[in-house]
Design a protein around this ligand. Structure first.
Ligand code: SAH
Length: 421
């Protein structure tokens, strides 16, 4: 679930070991790992060593989360320095965010490094790993950017049965150690409130897992029922805070106001909220993106989910261009500066935009969570929000990040309740 940054053992002292991470030295309990020797690499949670890790894997994780850049005040403008300084204690104005979004060259790198630094200082040694199971690609909406829109008659549609969904969740929890899973689908009324509530209840009665739903706008009663059934969080992006752009992208009477209404009652119901927007939508300006970021500041979601728009075949926006990776990274860094402890996952769309470097660069700009697709292989290609979706190679993240260990669930529970509270 959570991956901790590896530490290296300096000296074993009985059931304890002196370890080092960067310049920091501290003592950990090695009761669970009596075979630990000097120089070994370990993963540690709350002072307890849980697992040995091979040096090459430790180095890979360390490299992904490396921080090695300190802004040279001679090479950035006074305005840049004063905005970064201000972000440490106060919200930013639209103008200031626009300034940061427009940075280039050294200032841009400095902004990303500030995002990384803010993650390091506030979240320290954790990267969270979540999974998503996409259980139906049927959708009653016509979102112009989305490959699942109902007008796409070429797409072969699938629905997972109640039993299939439960089985997948249980396998992800029991075999791989996932502790937080998102159940996602198009907006599909086939799954009635009763059916989804039964699924959630059965899962919750069989395994310890946090379930998030990402099923679109289903109304207040639906979500109240699912909350009672045991769902913990909702992933629902507002996509763009520009009302007229939202209306253009969502025909059939969808409105931004209704999205915000949903987010508001979901928050009141005590759900953990994951929301965010698309970066680089056709017609979206830099000022719009700054407003999207300000919207995050006013909503204060526990998780901020943003990703690049990727043109999808069989949609009206197929001929459009995706944004530059740098723009998406700048958005992540600014959100991190303003929301120091929020969970910011690296979206699959960002990994798709740059399969080689996307994940590392997003983490090094302030993101602190990864989302792996766990949809059964036979359905995966059919969940085609956009083409060539990135297939995460889990190693070493999955290998070491998902402790099959009760304590990591307790730790997550404590963190989530802190984040919600
Ligand atoms: N139906 C649900 C969840 C499924 S869509 C809902 O509407 O909330 C999940 C997310 O995929 C959307 O919120 C959207 O931001 C993203 N998405 C859809 N099409 C995309 C595209 N072409 N490029 C990037 N992201 C896309």
């Amino acid at each position: 679930m959570c991956l901790t940054i590896p530490v290296q053992v300096q000296r074993v002292i009985g059931k304890k070991a002196l370890v080092k991470r960067g310049e920091e030295e501290f003592v950990v309990d090695i009761t669970l790992l009596p075979e630990v020797r000097d120089r070994d690499w370990l993963l540690v949670i709350s002072g307890l060593a849980l697992k040995k890790i091979e040096e090459k894997d430790a180095q890979e994780i360390l490299e992904f989360l490396r921080y090695s850049f300190i802004t040279d005040p001679q090479r950035v403008s006074e305005r840049f320095t004063s905005i970064i300084q201000k972000s440490k204690t106060q919200p930013l104005t639209q103008d200031e965010i626009v300034y940061l979004l427009n940075t280039e060259g050294y200032e841009k790198e400095a902004l990303l490094a500030e995002g990384n630094m803010t993650r390091m200082v506030n979240i320290k040694d954790f990267i969270c790993i979540h999974g998503v199971i996409e259980f139906s690609n049927y959708c009653s909406n016509d979102c112009l950017y989305c490959g699942l829109h109902k007008g796409n008659k070429d797409l072969v549609r699938y629905r997972m049965t109640k039993e299939e969904i439960i089985e997948e969740v249980i396998a992800a929890v029991e075999n791989k150690g996932y502790k937080l899973l998102v159940l996602q689908s198009g907006e599909d009324e086939f799954y009635t409130p009763d059916l989804l509530a039964e699924i959630v209840q059965e899962i919750k009665s069989r395994v310890r897992v946090f379930l998030f739903l990402s099923v679109g706008e289903r109304g207040e009663e639906f979500y109240a029922k699912l909350r009672s059934a045991g769902a913990s969080g909702i992933l629902l992006r507002f996509e763009t805070a520009n009302q007229s752009l939202f209306a253009k992208l969502h025909p059939n009477g969808k409105s931004l106001a209704k999205r915000f209404e949903h987010l508001s009652f979901l928050q009141k119901m005590g759900y953990f909220i994951a929301t965010g927007f698309l970066v680089g939508l056709p017609g979206q300006t830099i000022e719009d993106i700054a407003n999207d970021i300000l919207t995050i500041t006013s909503l204060k979601p526990e998780m901020v989910s943003i990703g690049p728009f990727i043109p999808s075949d069989k949609t009206p926006l197929a001929p459009c261009q995706p944004p530059n990776l740098d723009l998406v990274l700048k958005v992540i860094a600014i959100i991190r500066l303003l929301h120091k402890r929020a969970r910011i996952p690296v979206s699959t769309a960002l990994e798709t935009l740059d399969p080689k470097e996307g994940r590392r660069r997003a983490l090094q700009s302030g993101a602190n969570a990864l989302m792996f697709i766990l949809t059964p292989q036979k359905y995966r290609a059919l969940y085609s929000l956009y083409p060539n979706r990135y297939q995460a190679k889990g190693e070493p993240w999955e290998k070491y990040g998902l402790f099959k260990y009760e304590k990591s669930y307790d730790m997550l529970e404590e963190r989530l309740s802190q984040e919600i509270g």
